[in-house]
Design a protein around this ligand. Structure first.
Ligand SMILES: NC(=O)c1ccc[n+]([C@@H]2O[C@H](COP(=O)([O-])OP(=O)(O)OC[C@H]3O[C@@H](n4cnc5c(N)ncnc54)[C@H](OP(=O)(O)O)[C@@H]3O)[C@@H](O)[C@H]2O)c1
Length: 308
């Protein structure tokens, strides 16, 4: 496992993160085994959000931590807030909502401090002053160690930075071999085709400039939760290339797909969402492989993208 320096205390975090969005149907014992397996292969970073399973995912991990308090010190636990699921879904970065959310997250997880808190999806009505007050209180009360964002573009982050004192140490963004709008626009700068549409303000380059960790989510999915591209007929060429490289490197196609993400030269983490312990063990191998430039571009093209 490779580790990157993360946050204000330069904590060594694994480049593979275990995402816990899909654990709501698992038993406490099964999740304990999942966490133990992750730790045994060097994964020490765990990603949650208050909305995952409408709180159930944090609750289950909280029960694991209650039964096994020895696990807490080995884990970097991150959660997110700012999405409200009520009669419809909307976004809320108000001071009150952030503070209430963190209290509820800590209660569900049965811990005193969250290692990092991310603002989940942009709230157009955000008042940076309110976020700043919330972050300041959470820091002073020792409830949150580090702060970051998710799915935010550079100007949103700049707006936040006009008021908040704490560094924003990470941006969690969707990226997979089959989901690359940010890279597509970069390749097609100043061109007339649709791939040239810049939708996110060069957010990947911005994160590199700001030394923010990029946490890639839905690393095996295509579209917006349309399913995994592995073994999908829609991505037959991509699967051919992944399988060939997998054979050459003596690993699984999943490992190649994750190595593709980690090859991007930022401070990268890939968040895996599997609930299967064998797949957790397998994914951990991704940091042992560094794809060549040619292999990286071959995968990009095999996913149906074009280069000028
Ligand atoms: N910030 C955001 O807005 C945001 C949004 C979405 C997700 N996230 C984070 O990112 C994490 C990962 O997202 P994700 O779950 O979509 O990631 P993912 O790793 O792309 O997808 C995981 C899903 O793929 C299945 N899978 C994996 N390998 C497979 C294989 N070889 N064959 C068949 N199925 C396979 C898993 O099933 P099994 O469980 O059976 O292996 C699971 O259902 C989440 O847990 C969450 O922490 C963040």
């Amino acid at each position: 496992m490779n580790y990157i320096e993360f946050g204000t205390e330069k904590k060594e975090l694994s480049q593979i993160v275990l995402g816990m969005m899909r654990i709501s149907q698992m038993s406490v014992k099964e999740v304990e085994k999942l966490v133990e397996t992750a730790l045994s292969v060097g994964i020490n970073a765990f990603d949650l959000a208050d909305i995952y399973g409408r709180g159930k995912c944090e609750e289950i991990l909280g029960q694991v931590l209650q039964n096994r308090p020895d696990l807490r010190d080995q884990m970097w636990i991150q959660s997110k807030c700012g999405i409200r699921i009520e009669e419809f879904t909307y976004f809320d970065f108000s001071k009150k909502h952030i503070l209430d959310s963190v209290d509820q997250i800590l209660q569900r997880l049965k811990i005193d401090q969250l290692d990092s808190l991310l603002l989940h999806r942009p709230d157009a009505l955000m008042e940076p002053e309110e976020v700043a007050e919330a972050f300041q209180l959470l820091t002073e009360q020792g409830k949150v160690r580090d702060f970051g964002v998710s799915n935010q573009n550079p100007m949103m982050i700049e707006l936040l930075k006009t008021r908040i004192k704490q560094p924003l140490v990470t941006n969690q963004l969707q990226l997979s071999a089959a989901f690359t709008p940010a890279f597509d626009a970069g390749f097609h700068v100043n061109m007339e085709d649709s791939a040239a549409n810049m939708r996110d303000g060069s957010v990947f380059e911005y994160c590199r400039l700001q030394d923010m960790v990029i946490q890639a989510w839905s690393v095996l999915q295509h579209g917006y939760f349309e399913g995994i591209f592995l073994n999908s007929e829609k991505y037959s060429r991509l699967n051919e290339v992944l399988q060939r490289l997998a054979l050459e490197y003596g690993v699984s196609p999943t490992v190649i797909a994750l190595a593709w993400i980690l090859r991007y030269p930022a401070k990268m983490q890939a968040i895996i969402g599997t609930t299967n312990i064998e797949r957790v063990r397998d994914a951990a191998e991704a940091t042992t492989i560094s794809l060549t430039r040619k292999e990286w571009y071959e995968i990009y093209l095999a996913a149906g993208k074009s280069l000028p």
